[in-house]
Design a protein around this ligand. Structure first.
Ligand SMILES: *[C@@H]1O[C@H](CO)[C@@H](O)[C@H](O)[C@H]1NC(C)=O
Ligand SMILES: *[C@@H]1O[C@H](CO)[C@@H](O)[C@H](O)[C@H]1NC(C)=O
Length: 577
């Protein structure tokens, strides 16, 4: 091991001597040294005296000294041993920048006799600088839909060191989307330009900014590095359609809703940025005119507004398709449906329909006889359309429900035309809304006469007094009967029952006017023969069957002085018979 190191040292020395000889011959300079930069003050560069073949004593005797060509004294000469020393720490980069060679010329002046020697000190670069980036953060913009493989140039790092000590390569922190482009490009001026390449597609909606760290690494040993943050901003592409929060919205609205009322806001989310993410709401293309007429959608807020009066009875529900469309240059759209249910409000009064008009009813109709058929209806729904029908109290009628909303008006008890020849019945329909709506209708029922009343004489018994010898044909009496029935049932015919008085039929004494009940004599009567007789009068109506009744007329004949006095019997006893 040791021998190997020693051998290597020997080899280096031999190489150095060879190199020295070459330089000596080719360059203008007599001596050339090479030192690394940044040596400490007082470090030995080389022994000038010895290398120029001067004796140590000659240094002071011949007044050897050095002079700088640049004016600045980087070196000094040890006058005791002739060594050239570093006078000041030398920074190669300050002195020579990044140029490949950096040489400091030194003049050696010997006075006695005067001689000039030129010594060159080459300053060798050491890796004393790290690559640095001019900005701490480099922001680049990457469009969202950029294809994989696309490259993005980044700001190069600076390293003042020369040659291999300068920036050699770049590294990128491990991340999902980007990698360093392997072939690092070298600009005309030799600067290595870092480029990153897109390896996996970026999605702004998932992550809008990616933070990367770029490291510039130099070729020194050990290598030095510098870092820079890279902020990759993903520029939005319109790759997302607006999406409604719900596919189906359901809303209930009273039919009485005032036009202009907002009934529901819908909302679509568009993940894109800026105009690409600004949704504008409208009715879908196929929306029928009736919906556009009744409703309006606010394009900005997505609020659905009732614009006209709704009518439950016309339509109780609407299906409205809404479109949200973004403002990107290639606009994208999303759709949703709003199901509007119109709720009934009690805005329709019930209606009474007489399906079968009332027929006149016979007064002897049994209870339960149908008089009229009635139907009620209400355009409203549920309780608002639930109708009850009632009628005025105190009539011999009732409503009998038949089937849903149909009623029959029937008699409920015995009728009597003579008491109530007609009834005005008020029907009242009321729905169950709150407040209820009511409507009414008047129907008239007339009662038909039945021959249920016999004629009634004004008197049960009539007493008539006539004088004897009255001329035949004169009116003995007039009887009258009345009948509470009507029409034919009340039309009376008078007649006389043919009874015998003293063996003579009464019809031979009197006759009756069948129409007005006047009884006429057909004889003159003789008090002396007959003092009294009876007539039974019958009044009979035209009903079918007809009814009749009778009355008795007692006819008393009074005496006149028509005979010369002749006493035969005391007359009173017979007169009372
Ligand atoms: C009844 O009719 C007859 C004949 O028309 C008439 O003479 C008589 O006066 C009438 N009686 C009454 C009470 O009107
Ligand atoms: C007269 O009327 C009475 C009672 O209404 C009845 O009993 C009688 O039979 C009637 N007489 C005749 C002759 O019709």
């Amino acid at each position: 091991m040791r021998t190997q190191i020693q051998r290597r040292i020997l080899l280096w020395r031999a190489l150095w001597l060879l190199c020295f000889a070459v330089l000596w011959r080719d360059s203008e300079a007599q001596l050339r040294y090479t030192i690394p930069e940044e040596l400490k003050e007082g470090s030995v560069v080389g022994n000038v005296a010895k290398d120029l073949g001067l004796d140590v004593s000659e240094i002071s005797n011949r007044k050897v000294r050095i002079a700088s060509e640049s004016g600045k004294q980087y070196f000094s000469l040890n006058l005791r041993n002739g060594e050239l020393l570093v006078n000041e720490v030398i920074d190669r980069e300050t002195l020579c920048g990044q140029s490949g060679s950096c040489v400091l010329p030194v003049q050696v002046i010997i006075e006695d006799p005067l001689q000039f020697y030129r010594v060159e000190v080459a300053i060798q670069d050491i890796n004393d600088n790290s690559p640095i980036f001019l900005s701490e953060i480099n922001t680049i913009e990457v469009p969202e839909l950029t294809l994989i493989g696309a490259r993005f140039r980044l700001e190069p790092a600076q390293d003042p060191d020369a040659g291999t000590n300068s920036v050699r390569t770049y590294a990128l922190n491990k991340n999902e989307h980007f990698a360093m482009f392997m072939n690092i490009k070298t600009d005309k001026d030799g600067t290595k330009v870092p480029e990153i390449v897109l390896e996996k597609a970026v999605d702004r909606e998932k992550q809008s900014v990616h933070h990367l760290i770029l490291t510039g690494i130099d070729g020194g040993d050990p290598a030095r590095s510098g870092t820079m943050q890279i902020s990759v901003k993903i520029v939005d592409a319109n790759d997302n359609a607006p999406v409604f929060e719900r596919e189906l919205y359901e809303v209930k609205v009273m039919e009485s809703t005032v036009p202009g009322t907002m009934i529901l806001p819908v909302k679509a989310i568009d993940l894109d940025d800026g105009v690409n993410g600004e949704a504008e709401y409208s009715f879908a293309a196929h929306t029928p005119g009736i919906i556009k007429n009744l409703f309006a959608i606010n394009p900005v807020t997505g609020e659905l507004v009732v614009s006209k009066h709704l009518d439950y009875e016309t339509s109780s529900s609407y299906k409205i398709d809404i479109r949200a469309r973004d403002k990107g240059s290639f606009a994208m759209e999303g759709h949703c449906t709003i199901q509007v249910t119109v709720l009934d409000v009690n805005d329709n009064a019930p209606e009474i329909i007489i399906t079968s008009s009332p027929k006149p009813v016979r007064e002897d109709a049994p209870a339960g006889t149908m008089v009229a058929l009635i139907n009620v209806k209400d355009l409203d729904s549920s309780v608002n359309g639930n109708v009850t029908l009632s009628m005025s109290q105190g009539t011999p009628f009732k409503l009998k429900p038949t089937f849903s909303n149909h009623y029959a008006l029937v008699t409920d008890s015995q009728l009597d035309r003579e008491e109530f020849p007609r009834y005005d019945i008020e029907l009242k329909a009321s729905d169950s809304g709150s407040p209820p709506l009511i409507s009414s209708k008047l129907i008239t029922v007339s009662i038909l006469d039945v021959n249920d009343n016999p004629p009634v004489f004004s008197e049960r018994v009539y007493l008539v007094y006539i004088k004897e010898n009255t001329a035949p044909g004169s009116i003995l009496s007039s009887v009258t009967a009345s009948d509470r029935d009507t029409g034919e049932n009340a039309k009376l015919v008078y007649s006389v029952i043919d009874t015998n008085t003293q063996g003579v039929p009464v019809s031979s004494y009197v006759y009756i006017n069948s129409e007005n009940g006047s009884i006429f004599s057909m004889h003159s009567f003789d008090y002396e023969k007959m003092k009294v007789f009876h007539i039974i009068v019958i009044a009979k109506d035209h009903g079918s069957p007809s009814l009749s009744s009778n009355a008795t007329v007692h006819v008393f004949i009074s005496d006149r002085n028509d005979n010369a006095p002749a006493v035969i019997y005391p007359s009173y006893g017979r007169g009372e018979d």
